[in-house]
Ligand binder design. Structure first.
Ligand SMILES: O=C(O)CCC(=O)C(=O)O
Length: 758
């Protein structure tokens, strides 16, 4: 039986260990709140290794094509197209074979060496010649390419479309017979449609490339709009070739040993370099560059007598209709069937056709952002950049420095933060409030909280059937709302408490305002760290910046760490506030849980004596940064995690982990058919707004086992200072244990910051 609870009034702080008075709340039904994880778009990914570790805070864009999100062209660039990469030329047929681009020597634009790629390139092209030049823009990491250039932001798949028009293209690692890679012409197939053959370990085609794929449509659009297209290739794992245009797009029969009739229909395309008068760096030294383009050469176009469809004569065997649905397709003039099993060689006329210059061709090198009018955490600053010295595509790794990732280069520039204006923070809060209020009204959520305090739509959304118990506690300095989270059987496993600070609390000396204003301008070590496949070209950096203090916190990401005795005073001030919040949250949580029927409570929910925090992880978020669903459930962690929020507001959401047996009705969509092992995700059961100065406490080890949480900032500059206890006795080595004890000890001078909730 759960007891009925009466309202509590402001400024009533209950006595220690007494069961506090609490306010009961009505709960609204499951709201249809927005989903933040975007769905996959069905673009077929080029083959690549799976990340070796699964991590919650890896940049989500790595595993979903950014192009699936609504994309607006940035920097006002003409959409372009990119071609790729290390293995692309392995089987290029025809006259391109001996002249395919490979390793580079020196760039005209730079005296800095492009480092030797550390992937498989050399073993694939050992016989090929060095190229005559160097790319202006190149990248050792796919994430670097995607973050630094506006024309290729596709983390998955080979195509980068902008508003459904092909803008950048990565030449597929796999090739088809008839592919051409020349100084000015590239002929290739639309990506995707291949499957790995287990016996031969090669990629084979088993299915037609459908006409309505995103890729085919995007290339059609690019061709119709006469857009400039953009390929890229070795010598670096990713190297930008130049602007290209799609001149032809057609469907061709390709041999397939797996297909029932022995072939599949594949979309093919011909790219032509936009600026025909500039050298193509990827051509081997000594290879003659094409003479002035002859714009009069044209391959004849003929109409089929059966289907009336016009087809260009592009193969040496002669003209034939290429309409897949025409009864006369693949039949030569004399009635002989075209031998589609033999590689079809393109005619000289088709290869030598040239299109008149499009006029000015934009620069391949995006301009460095002029940040003089920015504050430093806006997206324009957060994006990567192309090194002005060596052309390397760089990710924004450090909070307030731009550093070229090419270790042979050394280019570096300070990117000092400017104070984030209070008015902008107010605006962010206002927008967030309005949005939340709309959702609140729409879903009739938590109205009693609004009514109760008449001032604060905290708009916590939760599902009444799942979280039936919550209460509010007024500390004067903070209003706390405490939610009791159950497991799938309904037993309480712990609590989540959010302490909302008043403006006066924030403004106190040593309070959140002062902490934020100090931390935002300091370099206290924040940086992004590899969260997946570190060291490879698929390495993914986290979507936020980290620095650890106190005992080392070992989770999937290796974060640099300093002892508390080396931490800035602001970190230790925050730590003391978090210790206060922890103690209050645990006291009230224990009081409520202790009052419940023992059968309805999990044993671990009631927390006995616990250690103070010995670790604090600082996270910095710039525009659009976030932390994905994850738990804080590492074995060495104590049962309580607490965080102080500074700066822009955020939304924190909890959902049961996919393996949990919560009601089916709580699931999003139905079981994925393609992958029966993949569990369906649950809806969020609790969403809480956290604003500047607020603190949250998660209490109970099982919470981390049953639920996962995500935090999505709603503005451009936010810090989260999250404290935990890391148990040295559970650490693997004596060295780690000693290190944790030394680094996790709070220095005596920090006792002056002890916080009493005032
Ligand atoms: O408040 C935040 O930004 C995220 C904190 C968090 O989820 C964590 O550190 O585990």
């Amino acid at each position: 039986m759960h007891q009925a609870l009466g309202p509590v009034h402001r400024h009533s702080i209950p006595g220690r260990h007494a069961y506090p008075e609490v306010s009961s709340q009505r709960f609204a039904p499951l709201p249809s709140y927005p989903e933040y994880a975007s769905a996959s778009n069905g673009v077929v990914a080029i083959p690549r290794p799976k990340p070796s570790i699964q991590l919650a805070d890896i940049d989500p864009a790595l595993y979903q094509n950014e192009a699936t999100d609504p994309v607006t062209p940035r920097h006002g660039h003409t959409p372009q197209l990119v071609l790729r990469s290390a293995t692309a030329t392995a089987n290029l047929v025809s006259d391109a074979a001996s002249s395919s681009p490979v390793i580079t020597e020196e760039s005209e634009s730079s005296q800095v060496e492009i480092p030797e790629p550390n992937d498989d390139k050399e073993s694939i092209h050992p016989y090929k010649e060095l190229p005559s030049g160097k790319p202006l823009v190149w990248s050792a990491k796919r994430q670097g390419l995607c973050e630094a250039v506006p024309y290729y932001r596709s983390y998955k798949g080979s195509l980068y479309p902008i508003e459904k028009v092909a803008a950048g293209y990565l030449i597929d690692a796999e090739t088809d017979p008839g592919d051409v890679f020349d100084a000015q012409i590239i002929i290739s197939s639309v990506g995707g449609g291949r499957t790995r053959d287990r016996e031969t370990n090669t990629m084979v085609r088993l299915e037609d490339i459908p006409d309505d794929t995103l890729q085919v449509q995007a290339f059609k659009a690019a061709m119709e709009l006469n857009r400039l297209l953009y390929p890229c290739r070795p010598p670096a794992p990713y190297a930008v070739l130049d602007y290209f245009r799609v001149t032809d797009l057609w469907k061709q029969k390709m041999v397939s040993t797996g297909a029932t009739n022995g072939y599949v229909w594949v979309w093919r395309m011909r790219f032509e370099k936009a600026n025909l008068s500039t050298p193509s760096w990827w051509m081997p030294a000594g290879k003659e560059m094409p003479a002035t383009a002859d714009l009069t050469i044209r391959a004849p176009v003929k109409e089929c007598a059966f289907c009336r469809q016009a087809t260009k004569e592009m193969f040496e065997v002669g003209w034939f209709c290429m309409n897949q649905h025409c009864p006369n397709n693949y039949t030569l003039a004399g009635g002989t069937e075209v031998d589609w099993q033999a590689p079809l060689k393109h005619t000289e006329a088709f290869l030598n056709e040239r299109t008149p210059s499009p006029g000015s061709v934009p620069s391949l090198v995006p301009e460095m952002v002029d940040d003089t009018t920015l504050h430093g955490t806006e997206m324009a600053c957060r994006r990567g950049f192309v090194c002005p010295l060596c052309g390397c595509c760089n990710r924004r790794i450090f909070w307030n420095r731009l550093v070229c990732e090419n270790s042979d280069c050394g280019w570096e520039r300070l990117a000092a933060m400017k104070p984030y204006p209070s008015e902008t923070l107010d605006q962010e809060n206002q927008v967030f409030d309005e949005r939340t209020l709309r959702t609140t009204n729409r879903n009739d959520v938590n109205l009693d909280v609004v009514d109760f305090y008449h001032q604060d739509i905290h708009a916590t959304m939760h599902i009444k059937q799942i979280i039936p118990h919550s209460h509010s506690i007024d500390f004067g300095s903070h209003i706390a709302r405490q939610y009791f989270l159950p497991d799938a059987e309904g037993k309480i496993i712990g609590s989540f408490t959010i302490f909302s600070a008043t403006k006066e609390t924030n403004a106190q000396p040593g309070g959140p305002d002062e902490l934020f204003r100090n931390l935002e301008l300091q370099d206290f070590g924040l940086r992004r760290n590899p969260a997946a496949v570190a060291g490879t070209k698929y390495e993914g950096l986290t979507r936020h910046f980290q620095m650890n203090f106190g005992a080392r916190y070992k989770f999937g990401v290796t974060v640099q760490s300093k002892g508390f005795n080396e931490a800035p005073a602001q970190i230790l001030m925050a730590l003391q506030r978090l210790i206060w919040a922890k103690n209050q949250a645990v006291m009230y949580s224990n009081a409520f849980i202790g009052s419940q029927d023992a059968a309805t409570v999990s044993q671990s929910a009631l927390l006995g004596d616990h250690q103070d925090f010995n670790e604090l992880l600082a996270l910095g978020y710039m525009e659009e940064d976030r932390i994905r669903y994850h738990d804080d459930g590492e074995d060495e962690l104590g049962p309580i995690v607490s965080a102080l929020a500074l700066g822009s507001p955020c939304l924190m959401s909890f959902r049961p982990k996919a393996k949990q047996q919560f009601p089916e009705s709580l699931k999003k969509g139905s079981q994925p058919k393609k992958d029966p092992k993949k569990k369906c995700e649950f809806h969020d059961v609790l969403q809480v707004r956290m604003k500047h100065g607020d603190m949250m406490v998660m209490a109970g080890t099982e919470i981390q086992k049953v639920y996962e949480h995500t935090v999505i900032p709603q503005g451009n500059r936010r810090f989260a200072l999250t404290a935990r206890y890391i148990d040295p006795t559970k650490m693997a080595s004596q060295e780690d244990r000693e290190d944790a004890i030394t680094k996790g000890a709070v220095p005596d001078w920090a006792r002056q910051f002890e916080y009493q909730g005032n």
